[in-house]
Design a protein around this ligand. Structure first.
Ligand code: URA
Ligand code: CA
Length: 439
């Protein structure tokens, strides 16, 4: 019989683990027969010695098999899911769901709330009064078959192993391990029933991965796992050194998503949605090439079809679809304050994470799971890296439900750097990572 101590020793010595050994760890830790101290030692060994692609795939599937899996086979077509590694003001999911669905790819989206500078996709949707994210399995499947799209909260007991292991990693300094992150993310996507997966892997100040090299390594690891377990997976590397789009805050981001679906969104956010959306359309089998897919997306944006479908989603899930033509139906904050530039010059740098904190301090995000968030508050940015600003001109507008916003204002002034020389904005889209055998 394999003992956990031998599995730890083997990994500590840098050897490759078998599927059975990895399952022993995942099953034992999930059912409580392996104690925290052995699991901690094991995770630290993985942190230092790594895992090859096959071990990562085995770890992923062991976590998938630790709980329920969503069966989406009753939905016609290739179910393509999208995952972003997270950033500041990332509104892409709200836009991509109707955009891709309008091109005929079914979108059965399970989303989270999450911690962070602003709420998750579910919180943003709930910024629309009446919108509910609880559907039964039958309602979910029917809605996707009828309308091509639905967004629900995570239900069921998906990947309990990942939840337990993640909580342990959090307190044993083993979160930032690429094999552990990659298997954690992929296990959740696979358990949620995705046939194909498009990953948006961000790097920069506002992202989990601070450097492009780390982001690329994470992307390659996740794509390799997808390939190993038979789910077509590809990743786009994108910039998160400055916030994406102009809005940071829940209702503000819904407004921005609607404007983007109307074709009037910020350039960077629109571009990233078209790039990710094109990959989803190709994986979903609705276009042969990325060029063809992009034309389809641009068309449903221009002819209003994607926006109309967003309205149908809202109506089907209890909200007021009129919001797509009347943005004043969204919650608004009591106070607005312009943050004025202290001198003239070019924006040279915007620290996304600090601007995210400025929004969180207003109440837009959660620091702990129990925190209530204020859906109306946040920040709209009027300048991005490379733009010129006059002294006294507004860099950003703070939307708040209290008068004292000094702390957020100070953060914005400090972290929107102004210099004498113009700098080029950071490249939004980096490499696209596909499995070498699929190229
Ligand atoms: N996000 C996840 O879901 N898992 C990780 O391990 C890290 C980030
Ligand atoms: Ca945004």
């Amino acid at each position: 019989m394999v003992r956990m101590v031998d599995v730890i020793l083997k990994k500590r010595n840098g050897e490759v683990l078998s599927k059975e050994e990895i399952e022993l760890f995942v099953e034992g830790y999930t059912n409580g027969t392996i104690p925290d101290y052995q699991a901690s030692a094991f995770l630290m060994a993985v942190y230092f010695k790594g895992m090859n692609a096959e071990e990562q795939a085995d770890l992923t599937m062991a976590m998938v098999n630790s709980g329920e899996q969503i069966d989406l086979s009753a939905i016609d077509g290739v179910k393509v899911d999208k995952h972003s590694t997270g950033g500041v003001g990332d509104t892409t999911t709200l836009i991509l769901v109707p955009l891709v669905a309008a091109c005929g790819v079914p979108v059965a989206k399970m989303s989270g709330r999450g911690l962070g500078h602003t709420g998750g996709t579910l919180d943003k949707l709930e910024a629309m009064e009446g919108f509910h994210i609880e559907l039964t399995k039958e309602q979910f499947v029917k809605q996707v078959n009828d309308l091509k799209l639905a967004v629900i909260g995570q239900s069921g007991n998906l990947t309990p192993a990942d939840q337990l292991i993640y909580a342990l990693r959090d307190v044993t300094a083993t979160v930032d391990s690429i094999p552990l992150i990659a298997s954690s993310i992929m296990s959740k996507k696979i358990a949620a029933g995705a046939d194909a997966i498009v990953l948006d892997v961000k790097s920069g100040d506002g992202a989990f991965m601070k450097t492009m090299e780390d982001a690329k390594a994470l992307a390659e690891a996740m794509v390799a796992i997808g390939h190993q377990v038979g789910r077509q997976t590809m990743a786009v590397l994108s910039d998160m050194s400055q916030p994406l789009g102009n809005a940071i805050g829940n209702a503000l981001e819904v407004k921005e998503a609607i404007e983007t679906l109307q074709g009037k969104g910020p350039k960077d956010l629109t571009e990233l949605c078209l790039v990710l959306g094109s990959q989803m359309i190709v994986l979903g089998g609705k276009a042969q090439t990325l060029v063809e897919a992009r034309e389809m997306l641009e068309e449903v944006m221009a002819n209003g079809e994607a926006l109309r479908l967003f309205g149908e989603l809202i109506a089907a899930q209890g909200g007021n679809a009129k919001v797509i033509e009347d943005l004043s139906l969204l919650p608004t904050a009591k106070f607005e304050k312009a943050v004025q530039a202290e001198h003239s010059g070019y924006i040279t740098k915007m620290e996304a994470d600090e601007l995210g904190i400025a929004a969180m301090l207003l109440g837009a995000g959660r620091a702990t799971k129990e925190d209530e968030i204020d859906l109306a508050v946040g920040i709209t940015l009027h300048k991005k890296v490379g733009d010129y600003v006059e002294k006294g001109e507004a860099l950003a507008t703070i939307h708040a439900n209290r008068e004292d916003v000094a702390q957020s204002e100070t953060l914005i002034l400090k972290h929107m750097h102004i210099g004498a020389n113009q700098v080029a904005p950071p490249a939004l889209i980096g490499e696209v990572i596909t499995c070498s055998e699929e190229k």
